[in-house]
Write a protein that binds this ligand. Structure first.
Ligand code: AMP
Ligand code: GLY
Length: 435
Protein backbone atom coordinates (compact mmCIF):
# COMPACT_ATOMS: atom_id res chain seq x y z
CA UNK A 1 0.00 0.00 0.00
CA UNK A 2 0.93 3.66 -0.30
CA UNK A 3 0.94 5.78 2.84
CA UNK A 4 0.83 9.55 3.34
CA UNK A 5 2.20 11.10 6.53
CA UNK A 6 1.08 14.68 7.17
CA UNK A 7 3.42 17.06 8.99
CA UNK A 8 7.04 18.18 8.87
CA UNK A 9 8.63 17.51 12.25
CA UNK A 10 10.81 14.89 13.87
CA UNK A 11 7.73 12.86 14.76
CA UNK A 12 6.68 12.67 11.12
CA UNK A 13 10.21 11.71 10.04
CA UNK A 14 10.23 8.88 12.60
CA UNK A 15 6.78 7.69 11.45
CA UNK A 16 7.72 7.80 7.75
CA UNK A 17 11.03 5.98 8.43
CA UNK A 18 9.26 3.26 10.37
CA UNK A 19 6.37 2.89 7.90
CA UNK A 20 8.86 2.58 5.05
CA UNK A 21 10.29 -0.55 6.70
CA UNK A 22 6.97 -2.38 6.45
CA UNK A 23 6.67 -5.17 3.91
CA UNK A 24 3.07 -4.03 3.37
CA UNK A 25 4.14 -0.58 2.20
CA UNK A 26 5.22 0.42 -1.30
CA UNK A 27 5.56 4.18 -1.17
CA UNK A 28 5.61 6.62 1.75
CA UNK A 29 4.77 10.24 0.99
CA UNK A 30 5.20 13.07 3.48
CA UNK A 31 3.40 16.41 3.12
CA UNK A 32 5.17 18.75 3.36
CA UNK A 33 8.03 16.92 5.13
CA UNK A 34 11.62 18.06 5.69
CA UNK A 35 15.11 17.26 4.40
CA UNK A 36 15.16 13.97 6.33
CA UNK A 37 11.82 12.72 5.03
CA UNK A 38 12.97 13.63 1.50
CA UNK A 39 15.75 11.08 1.99
CA UNK A 40 13.79 8.27 3.65
CA UNK A 41 10.47 8.82 1.84
CA UNK A 42 9.00 11.14 -0.83
CA UNK A 43 8.09 14.71 -0.03
CA UNK A 44 4.94 16.26 -1.41
CA UNK A 45 4.93 20.08 -1.53
CA UNK A 46 1.40 20.57 -0.19
CA UNK A 47 0.91 22.65 2.98
CA UNK A 48 -0.45 20.48 5.78
CA UNK A 49 -3.44 22.79 6.25
CA UNK A 50 -4.63 22.50 2.64
CA UNK A 51 -7.06 19.61 3.12
CA UNK A 52 -8.53 19.91 -0.40
CA UNK A 53 -5.11 19.54 -2.06
CA UNK A 54 -4.16 16.68 0.25
CA UNK A 55 -7.39 14.84 -0.59
CA UNK A 56 -6.76 15.39 -4.30
CA UNK A 57 -3.22 14.03 -3.95
CA UNK A 58 -4.42 10.96 -2.05
CA UNK A 59 -7.00 10.16 -4.74
CA UNK A 60 -4.60 10.69 -7.62
CA UNK A 61 -1.74 8.69 -6.12
CA UNK A 62 -3.53 5.67 -4.77
CA UNK A 63 -2.79 6.44 -1.12
CA UNK A 64 -4.45 3.74 0.99
CA UNK A 65 -3.70 5.14 4.42
CA UNK A 66 -3.07 8.67 5.71
CA UNK A 67 -1.41 9.26 9.09
CA UNK A 68 -1.71 12.69 10.72
CA UNK A 69 1.09 14.10 12.91
CA UNK A 70 0.06 17.48 14.38
CA UNK A 71 -2.89 18.04 16.71
CA UNK A 72 -3.94 21.31 15.09
CA UNK A 73 -5.01 19.43 11.93
CA UNK A 74 -7.02 16.91 13.94
CA UNK A 75 -8.68 19.72 15.89
CA UNK A 76 -9.46 21.42 12.56
CA UNK A 77 -11.28 18.32 11.31
CA UNK A 78 -8.87 16.74 8.81
CA UNK A 79 -10.19 13.28 9.67
CA UNK A 80 -13.79 14.35 9.09
CA UNK A 81 -12.79 15.86 5.71
CA UNK A 82 -11.05 12.64 4.58
CA UNK A 83 -13.83 10.35 5.84
CA UNK A 84 -16.41 12.40 3.96
CA UNK A 85 -14.53 11.35 0.84
CA UNK A 86 -14.39 7.73 2.06
CA UNK A 87 -10.60 7.93 2.47
CA UNK A 88 -8.82 5.86 5.10
CA UNK A 89 -7.12 8.04 7.71
CA UNK A 90 -5.60 7.32 11.11
CA UNK A 91 -6.54 9.78 13.85
CA UNK A 92 -9.52 11.05 15.85
CA UNK A 93 -12.24 13.15 14.24
CA UNK A 94 -12.75 16.74 15.29
CA UNK A 95 -15.16 15.90 18.07
CA UNK A 96 -12.91 13.26 19.62
CA UNK A 97 -9.85 15.50 19.19
CA UNK A 98 -11.39 17.80 21.81
CA UNK A 99 -9.72 15.52 24.30
CA UNK A 100 -6.63 17.62 23.51
CA UNK A 101 -8.12 20.79 22.04
CA UNK A 102 -10.35 21.51 25.05
CA UNK A 103 -9.10 21.10 28.61
CA UNK A 104 -12.70 21.44 29.84
CA UNK A 105 -13.84 18.58 27.58
CA UNK A 106 -10.88 16.47 28.75
CA UNK A 107 -11.41 17.06 32.46
CA UNK A 108 -15.16 16.43 32.24
CA UNK A 109 -14.53 13.24 30.29
CA UNK A 110 -12.00 12.08 32.89
CA UNK A 111 -14.49 12.81 35.65
CA UNK A 112 -17.28 10.94 33.85
CA UNK A 113 -15.00 7.92 33.31
CA UNK A 114 -13.70 8.02 36.88
CA UNK A 115 -10.13 8.37 35.58
CA UNK A 116 -7.61 9.61 38.19
CA UNK A 117 -6.75 13.27 37.61
CA UNK A 118 -6.23 16.47 39.64
CA UNK A 119 -9.33 17.94 41.35
CA UNK A 120 -10.61 20.83 39.25
CA UNK A 121 -13.24 23.48 38.64
CA UNK A 122 -14.35 25.02 35.34
CA UNK A 123 -15.02 28.76 34.97
CA UNK A 124 -16.47 30.70 32.08
CA UNK A 125 -15.99 34.17 33.51
CA UNK A 126 -12.99 35.71 35.26
CA UNK A 127 -15.03 37.08 38.16
CA UNK A 128 -16.18 33.68 39.42
CA UNK A 129 -12.63 32.31 38.97
CA UNK A 130 -11.26 35.17 41.09
CA UNK A 131 -13.90 34.64 43.76
CA UNK A 132 -13.05 30.94 43.90
CA UNK A 133 -9.34 31.71 44.35
CA UNK A 134 -9.96 34.32 47.05
CA UNK A 135 -12.33 32.04 48.98
CA UNK A 136 -10.05 29.01 49.08
CA UNK A 137 -6.81 28.35 50.93
CA UNK A 138 -3.72 30.09 49.48
CA UNK A 139 -1.89 27.07 48.07
CA UNK A 140 -0.04 26.31 44.83
CA UNK A 141 -2.55 25.83 42.02
CA UNK A 142 -2.65 25.42 38.24
CA UNK A 143 -4.62 27.69 35.89
CA UNK A 144 -5.29 26.44 32.36
CA UNK A 145 -6.80 28.06 29.29
CA UNK A 146 -9.43 25.75 27.81
CA UNK A 147 -8.24 25.81 24.20
CA UNK A 148 -5.03 25.09 22.28
CA UNK A 149 -2.39 27.70 23.11
CA UNK A 150 0.77 26.25 21.55
CA UNK A 151 1.67 24.52 24.81
CA UNK A 152 1.68 27.81 26.73
CA UNK A 153 -1.85 27.87 28.10
CA UNK A 154 -0.98 26.14 31.38
CA UNK A 155 0.27 28.34 34.22
CA UNK A 156 1.60 26.62 37.31
CA UNK A 157 1.17 29.11 40.18
CA UNK A 158 3.03 29.12 43.50
CA UNK A 159 0.32 31.06 45.33
CA UNK A 160 -2.99 32.93 45.08
CA UNK A 161 -1.37 36.12 43.79
CA UNK A 162 0.15 34.30 40.82
CA UNK A 163 -3.11 32.47 40.19
CA UNK A 164 -5.07 35.75 40.10
CA UNK A 165 -2.50 37.13 37.66
CA UNK A 166 -2.88 33.98 35.51
CA UNK A 167 -6.68 34.43 35.44
CA UNK A 168 -6.15 38.04 34.40
CA UNK A 169 -3.79 37.06 31.56
CA UNK A 170 -5.89 34.21 30.24
CA UNK A 171 -9.47 35.37 30.78
CA UNK A 172 -9.28 39.18 30.82
CA UNK A 173 -6.30 40.20 28.66
CA UNK A 174 -6.94 37.10 26.51
CA UNK A 175 -3.25 36.56 25.72
CA UNK A 176 -4.21 33.20 24.18
CA UNK A 177 -7.27 34.61 22.41
CA UNK A 178 -10.47 32.56 22.40
CA UNK A 179 -8.59 29.66 24.02
CA UNK A 180 -9.14 31.64 27.24
CA UNK A 181 -12.93 31.85 26.98
CA UNK A 182 -13.11 29.15 29.61
CA UNK A 183 -10.67 28.24 32.38
CA UNK A 184 -9.77 25.15 34.34
CA UNK A 185 -8.35 25.71 37.80
CA UNK A 186 -6.90 22.59 39.33
CA UNK A 187 -5.01 21.17 42.23
CA UNK A 188 -1.22 21.09 41.81
CA UNK A 189 0.21 17.60 41.63
CA UNK A 190 3.73 16.57 42.61
CA UNK A 191 5.89 13.82 41.22
CA UNK A 192 7.71 12.82 38.06
CA UNK A 193 6.02 13.14 34.66
CA UNK A 194 5.81 10.34 32.11
CA UNK A 195 4.03 9.74 28.82
CA UNK A 196 2.09 6.59 28.07
CA UNK A 197 0.74 6.33 24.54
CA UNK A 198 -1.71 3.82 23.16
CA UNK A 199 -3.11 3.12 19.72
CA UNK A 200 -6.83 2.49 19.70
CA UNK A 201 -9.57 1.79 17.19
CA UNK A 202 -12.21 2.92 19.66
CA UNK A 203 -12.73 -0.56 21.15
CA UNK A 204 -9.36 -2.24 21.59
CA UNK A 205 -6.24 -0.53 22.85
CA UNK A 206 -2.61 -1.37 22.19
CA UNK A 207 -0.41 0.27 24.80
CA UNK A 208 3.06 1.39 23.79
CA UNK A 209 6.13 1.39 26.01
CA UNK A 210 6.34 4.32 28.45
CA UNK A 211 8.42 7.34 27.53
CA UNK A 212 9.48 10.61 29.08
CA UNK A 213 10.18 13.94 27.47
CA UNK A 214 12.04 17.05 28.64
CA UNK A 215 9.87 20.11 28.08
CA UNK A 216 11.95 22.87 29.77
CA UNK A 217 14.64 24.37 27.54
CA UNK A 218 17.69 24.06 29.77
CA UNK A 219 19.54 21.49 31.85
CA UNK A 220 18.05 20.54 35.19
CA UNK A 221 14.53 21.26 33.84
CA UNK A 222 15.02 25.01 33.97
CA UNK A 223 14.11 27.78 31.55
CA UNK A 224 11.12 28.32 29.31
CA UNK A 225 8.90 25.52 28.07
CA UNK A 226 9.56 24.08 24.63
CA UNK A 227 7.94 21.49 22.41
CA UNK A 228 10.37 18.99 23.97
CA UNK A 229 14.18 18.99 24.08
CA UNK A 230 14.62 15.24 24.24
CA UNK A 231 12.95 11.99 25.18
CA UNK A 232 13.68 8.43 26.11
CA UNK A 233 11.94 5.10 26.37
CA UNK A 234 11.36 3.13 28.51
CA UNK A 235 10.78 5.47 31.45
CA UNK A 236 11.88 3.58 34.56
CA UNK A 237 9.52 5.66 36.74
CA UNK A 238 6.74 3.60 35.10
CA UNK A 239 7.27 0.01 36.17
CA UNK A 240 5.67 -2.90 34.26
CA UNK A 241 3.12 -3.25 37.03
CA UNK A 242 2.31 0.46 36.87
CA UNK A 243 1.95 0.30 33.09
CA UNK A 244 -0.71 -2.39 33.50
CA UNK A 245 -2.42 -0.28 36.12
CA UNK A 246 -2.40 2.74 33.78
CA UNK A 247 -3.83 0.65 30.97
CA UNK A 248 -6.65 -0.68 33.15
CA UNK A 249 -7.42 2.47 35.16
CA UNK A 250 -6.60 5.28 32.75
CA UNK A 251 -6.59 4.23 29.10
CA UNK A 252 -9.40 1.66 29.06
CA UNK A 253 -11.89 3.82 31.02
CA UNK A 254 -11.04 6.80 28.79
CA UNK A 255 -11.79 4.83 25.62
CA UNK A 256 -15.03 3.55 27.18
CA UNK A 257 -16.09 7.02 28.32
CA UNK A 258 -15.47 8.44 24.84
CA UNK A 259 -17.59 5.70 23.30
CA UNK A 260 -20.33 6.12 25.87
CA UNK A 261 -20.39 9.87 25.29
CA UNK A 262 -21.00 9.33 21.59
CA UNK A 263 -17.55 10.19 20.26
CA UNK A 264 -15.56 7.00 19.88
CA UNK A 265 -11.83 7.64 19.73
CA UNK A 266 -9.66 6.19 16.99
CA UNK A 267 -6.00 7.20 16.88
CA UNK A 268 -3.21 7.75 19.39
CA UNK A 269 -4.30 8.32 22.94
CA UNK A 270 -1.33 9.96 24.65
CA UNK A 271 -1.68 10.27 28.41
CA UNK A 272 0.56 12.91 29.98
CA UNK A 273 0.83 11.59 33.53
CA UNK A 274 2.15 12.76 36.87
CA UNK A 275 3.44 9.80 38.85
CA UNK A 276 2.45 11.01 42.33
CA UNK A 277 3.07 9.23 45.63
CA UNK A 278 -0.61 8.21 45.43
CA UNK A 279 -0.20 6.76 41.94
CA UNK A 280 -0.44 8.02 38.36
CA UNK A 281 -2.76 10.95 37.61
CA UNK A 282 -3.64 12.29 34.16
CA UNK A 283 -2.31 15.82 33.57
CA UNK A 284 -3.56 16.01 30.01
CA UNK A 285 -4.43 13.98 26.97
CA UNK A 286 -2.90 14.48 23.56
CA UNK A 287 -4.51 12.87 20.55
CA UNK A 288 -1.44 12.11 18.44
CA UNK A 289 2.07 10.79 18.78
CA UNK A 290 4.31 12.92 21.02
CA UNK A 291 7.19 14.82 19.54
CA UNK A 292 9.94 13.87 20.46
CA UNK A 293 8.59 10.78 22.29
CA UNK A 294 7.70 9.23 18.94
CA UNK A 295 11.38 9.08 17.92
CA UNK A 296 12.64 6.71 20.67
CA UNK A 297 9.38 4.73 20.45
CA UNK A 298 9.81 4.11 16.72
CA UNK A 299 13.47 3.14 17.25
CA UNK A 300 12.35 0.48 19.73
CA UNK A 301 9.21 -0.80 18.02
CA UNK A 302 9.90 -4.03 16.17
CA UNK A 303 6.34 -4.77 15.07
CA UNK A 304 5.03 -3.51 11.74
CA UNK A 305 3.63 -0.01 12.34
CA UNK A 306 1.73 0.03 9.04
CA UNK A 307 -0.11 -3.17 9.98
CA UNK A 308 -1.08 -1.69 13.36
CA UNK A 309 -2.33 1.65 12.02
CA UNK A 310 -4.14 -0.07 9.16
CA UNK A 311 -5.91 -2.36 11.62
CA UNK A 312 -6.83 0.60 13.83
CA UNK A 313 -8.49 2.37 10.89
CA UNK A 314 -10.54 -0.76 10.11
CA UNK A 315 -11.50 -1.43 13.74
CA UNK A 316 -9.67 -4.76 13.88
CA UNK A 317 -6.94 -4.05 16.42
CA UNK A 318 -8.23 -7.02 18.43
CA UNK A 319 -6.67 -9.25 15.77
CA UNK A 320 -3.18 -7.73 15.99
CA UNK A 321 -0.51 -9.77 17.78
CA UNK A 322 1.12 -8.31 20.90
CA UNK A 323 3.69 -5.69 20.07
CA UNK A 324 7.34 -6.61 19.91
CA UNK A 325 9.89 -4.16 21.31
CA UNK A 326 13.63 -3.90 21.18
CA UNK A 327 14.48 -4.38 24.86
CA UNK A 328 17.25 -1.81 24.54
CA UNK A 329 16.43 1.73 25.68
CA UNK A 330 16.43 4.59 23.19
CA UNK A 331 17.37 8.21 23.83
CA UNK A 332 16.53 11.16 21.57
CA UNK A 333 18.44 14.44 21.95
CA UNK A 334 16.85 17.43 20.25
CA UNK A 335 19.39 19.77 18.66
CA UNK A 336 18.04 23.31 18.32
CA UNK A 337 18.69 26.69 16.73
CA UNK A 338 20.26 29.48 18.79
CA UNK A 339 17.44 31.46 20.41
CA UNK A 340 14.82 28.68 20.43
CA UNK A 341 12.19 28.66 21.98
CA UNK A 342 12.34 32.42 21.33
CA UNK A 343 13.31 33.95 18.02
CA UNK A 344 15.99 32.30 15.92
CA UNK A 345 17.62 32.58 12.51
CA UNK A 346 17.21 29.96 9.80
CA UNK A 347 19.12 28.84 6.73
CA UNK A 348 22.42 27.64 8.21
CA UNK A 349 23.98 24.69 6.35
CA UNK A 350 24.20 21.62 8.61
CA UNK A 351 27.51 19.73 8.55
CA UNK A 352 28.40 16.27 9.80
CA UNK A 353 25.12 14.44 9.17
CA UNK A 354 26.92 11.62 7.33
CA UNK A 355 29.48 11.11 10.11
CA UNK A 356 26.67 11.04 12.69
CA UNK A 357 24.79 8.43 10.68
CA UNK A 358 27.85 6.12 10.78
CA UNK A 359 27.66 5.75 14.56
CA UNK A 360 26.11 2.35 15.33
CA UNK A 361 22.48 2.23 16.45
CA UNK A 362 21.95 5.93 15.73
CA UNK A 363 19.27 7.54 13.59
CA UNK A 364 19.22 11.28 13.02
CA UNK A 365 15.60 12.32 12.63
CA UNK A 366 15.11 15.71 11.03
CA UNK A 367 12.62 18.31 12.31
CA UNK A 368 13.34 21.90 11.23
CA UNK A 369 15.41 21.22 8.11
CA UNK A 370 14.99 21.85 4.42
CA UNK A 371 17.06 21.46 1.26
CA UNK A 372 18.45 24.61 -0.35
CA UNK A 373 20.74 24.41 -3.37
CA UNK A 374 21.25 20.71 -2.71
CA UNK A 375 22.34 21.32 0.87
CA UNK A 376 20.56 20.52 4.14
CA UNK A 377 19.92 23.78 6.02
CA UNK A 378 18.15 24.71 9.26
CA UNK A 379 14.55 25.88 8.92
CA UNK A 380 13.07 25.63 12.40
CA UNK A 381 13.71 25.91 16.14
CA UNK A 382 13.97 22.21 16.86
CA UNK A 383 16.26 21.12 14.03
CA UNK A 384 17.17 17.47 14.63
CA UNK A 385 16.24 14.60 16.94
CA UNK A 386 19.39 12.53 17.27
CA UNK A 387 18.23 9.14 18.52
CA UNK A 388 20.24 6.14 19.67
CA UNK A 389 19.69 2.66 21.06
CA UNK A 390 22.03 1.31 23.73
CA UNK A 391 22.42 -1.81 25.87
CA UNK A 392 21.41 0.37 28.79
CA UNK A 393 20.08 3.90 28.97
CA UNK A 394 23.48 5.41 29.85
CA UNK A 395 24.95 3.77 26.76
CA UNK A 396 22.06 5.01 24.59
CA UNK A 397 22.65 8.52 25.91
CA UNK A 398 26.38 8.24 25.19
CA UNK A 399 25.77 7.11 21.61
CA UNK A 400 23.24 9.87 20.98
CA UNK A 401 25.61 12.57 22.24
CA UNK A 402 28.50 11.06 20.26
CA UNK A 403 26.39 11.56 17.14
CA UNK A 404 25.37 15.09 18.23
CA UNK A 405 29.07 15.97 18.46
CA UNK A 406 29.59 15.15 14.77
CA UNK A 407 26.98 17.69 13.71
CA UNK A 408 27.54 21.43 13.45
CA UNK A 409 26.05 24.74 12.36
CA UNK A 410 26.42 28.20 13.88
CA UNK A 411 24.49 28.47 17.15
CA UNK A 412 23.65 24.76 17.41
CA UNK A 413 22.79 23.73 20.96
CA UNK A 414 21.10 21.00 22.96
CA UNK A 415 20.42 20.00 26.54
CA UNK A 416 23.26 17.95 27.98
CA UNK A 417 21.25 15.99 30.51
CA UNK A 418 18.69 14.08 28.46
CA UNK A 419 17.84 10.79 30.22
CA UNK A 420 19.78 11.66 33.40
CA UNK A 421 16.64 11.34 35.47
CA UNK A 422 16.28 7.74 34.32
CA UNK A 423 19.98 7.00 34.75
CA UNK A 424 19.93 8.39 38.30
CA UNK A 425 16.82 6.44 39.19
CA UNK A 426 18.34 3.20 37.90
CA UNK A 427 21.67 3.89 39.58
CA UNK A 428 19.93 4.53 42.88
CA UNK A 429 17.89 1.36 42.61
CA UNK A 430 21.00 -0.59 41.61
CA UNK A 431 19.38 -1.89 38.45
CA UNK A 432 22.11 -0.44 36.28
CA UNK A 433 24.88 -2.17 38.21
CA UNK A 434 27.19 -4.29 36.05
CA UNK A 435 25.36 -3.29 32.92
P1 AMP B 1 -0.73 20.14 30.27
O1 AMP B 1 -0.70 20.81 28.92
O2 AMP B 1 -2.03 20.13 30.94
O3 AMP B 1 -0.01 18.82 30.31
O4 AMP B 1 0.26 21.01 31.13
C1 AMP B 1 1.59 21.30 30.73
C2 AMP B 1 2.53 21.06 31.87
O5 AMP B 1 2.09 21.80 33.02
C3 AMP B 1 2.58 19.62 32.34
O6 AMP B 1 3.47 18.86 31.57
C4 AMP B 1 3.02 19.78 33.78
O7 AMP B 1 4.41 19.97 33.84
C5 AMP B 1 2.34 21.05 34.21
N1 AMP B 1 1.06 20.77 34.87
C6 AMP B 1 -0.17 20.70 34.31
N2 AMP B 1 -1.12 20.41 35.20
C7 AMP B 1 -0.49 20.27 36.38
C8 AMP B 1 -0.92 19.96 37.72
N3 AMP B 1 -2.19 19.75 38.01
N4 AMP B 1 0.02 19.91 38.68
C9 AMP B 1 1.32 20.14 38.40
N5 AMP B 1 1.79 20.43 37.18
C10 AMP B 1 0.90 20.51 36.18
N1 GLY C 1 6.42 16.12 23.69
C1 GLY C 1 5.20 16.69 24.05
C2 GLY C 1 4.18 16.69 23.03
O1 GLY C 1 4.31 16.08 21.98
O2 GLY C 1 3.14 17.29 23.26
Amino acid sequence: MNVLVIGSGGREHALAWKLKQSSLVDRVFVAPGNAGTAEDAENVPIPETDFAQLIKFVKENGVDLTVVGPEALLAAGIVDAFRKEKLRIFGPNREAAQLESSKVFCKQLLRSGNVPTAEFQVFSDPESARRYLVDREDVPIVVKADGLAAGKGVIVCKNREEALEAVERIAVRKVFGAAGNRLVIEEMLHGEEASVLAITDGKTIVTLQPAQDHKPAYDGDTGPNTGGMGAYSPAPVVTDEMLHWIEANVLVPTVHAMKKNGCPFQGVLYAGLMITPLGPRVLEYNVRFGDPECQPLMMRLKSDLAAILDAAVDGRLDRIESLEWDPRPAVCVVVASEGYPGEYKKGFPIHGLEEAAKIPDVKVFHAGTTIRDGQVVTSGGRVLGVTALGDNIARAKYQAYAAVKCISWPGKWCRKDIADKAINRLTQSGANRNS
